[in-house]
Design a binder for this molecule. Structure first.
Ligand code: SF4
Length: 352
């Protein structure tokens, strides 16, 4: 029977799941994903987490608890550096220790330290070491790593084509399945798959009746977890807004905006948010900015104010900050979204 690797559907899942899944499946393991966030998962997370944690960390604990009896190992990486400029917040750095100390009765953790600042080959070494814990040899591990990187790149391309993560992931599955088959079929299938992804992106994000274009910014695990954000993306679509998010900007375009930052922030995801917003301003892409911030998030205390000031500086672009935690109610969010979009429609001289 294949080894079962449990992956919590939270935090960096939204950035890296296709890559991680490909890696473990190439090693012959079965990947078990926790269900979408729900009330039970949130309650389990609140029970297990230290009290001053932010909602994404509480939710992560709940997802871990939901996998306790369903996997042989849990994949809880220590993601410490994703580029040369920054690290991640302390909760990401201490995630394996937090989980071991707080959630009882869970299987052993696989917790490679992933930090590109440790050297060019550090990530690949960390992945090969992880593979060796599962009994894989060097060649198999290296091959799995290379395929996983390609899957990750393909996924990023889909997100940049304005596909939302949960819609993009099955497309990556399809693509990796095609990679496993014969070479000729692989090439044509990848082309078809990309083309259909682009077509579907047009459907997903074309402006609706209001003509309003909104940037929804924040950490991917806030933007794409429908339970945490009370279904915000769908609510905005129902209100007729076209939406862009940081992941819909190709990584190289975001990186090109780094020079506009007076000072780099310490945190990777925070830099991505700032750079995406600079890109939206540069391309005149949005009528307003909505920032999803987590109550008790240290980095966001700074990012939220910087975004507000930047919106003011760039032509007083309307800015709405929504601070979320486990007590956030759907009605309160919808009311504020309605007020914000109504104000934008009037600003454009239109009527609801
Ligand atoms: S960056 Fe903020 S929201 Fe994200 S895990 Fe750290 S404290 Fe929580």
């Amino acid at each position: 029977m294949a080894i079962r690797i449990g992956i919590p559907r939270a935090l960096a899942y939204y950035s890296f799941f296709p890559q991680w899944k490909t890696f473990f499946e190439e090693l012959g393991a079965e990947v078990v994903l926790s269900p979408p966030t729900n009330k039970h998962i949130v309650n389990e997370g609140i029970r297990d987490t230290v009290t001053d944690a932010c909602i994404p960390i509480k939710v992560y604990h709940g997802h871990v608890a939901s996998l306790a009896d369903k996997a042989d190992y849990l994949f809880v990486p220590r993601i410490a550096g994703l580029d040369a400029d920054a690290t991640l917040c302390p909760k990401f750095l201490g995630l394996p220790e937090m989980i071991r100390a707080s959630v009882k009765g869970i299987p052993p953790l696989l917790s490679p330290r992933l930090d590109v600042r440790d050297g060019r080959f550090a990530p690949v070494k960390a992945w090969i070491k992880t593979a060796s814990l599962l009994g894989a040899g060097y060649r198999q591990a290296l091959s799995a790593y290379r395929k996983s990187v390609k899957a990750g790149q393909y996924y990023e391309g889909l997100l940049a084509s304005r596909i939302l993560p949960e819609e993009a992931m099955p497309l990556v599955d399809k693509w990796t399945a095609s990679l496993r088959s014969e070479e000729k079929a692989r090439r044509s299938d990848a082309r078809r798959s990309t083309a259909s992804a682009r077509a579907s992106s047009a459907q997903t994000l074309e402006p609706h009746n209001s003509g309003i274009r909104l940037a929804v910014v924040g950490y991917p695990y806030m933007i794409y977890d429908d339970f945490i954000n009370c279904g915000l993306l769908n609510a905005l679509k129902r209100l007729g807004a076209a939406i862009v998010t940081p992941e819909m900007i190709p990584a190289r375009e975001r990186q090109a905006q780094a020079k506009k930052q007076p000072k780099y922030l310490f945190w990777y995801y925070s830099n991505q948010v700032m750079r995406a917003v600079y890109y939206f301003f540069q391309e005149n892409m949005v009528d307003g900015v909505i920032h999803l911030t987590a109550f008790a998030c240290g980095p966001d205390a700074m990012v939220d104010k910087l975004l507000e000031l930047d919106c003011h500086k760039h032509g007083r672009i309307p800015y709405l900050s929504l601070c979320l935690d486990e007590h956030t109610g759907r009605a309160g969010i919808i009311t504020r979204l309605e007020a914000f979009t109504d104000m934008l429609v009037r600003k454009r001289g239109g009527k609801r």
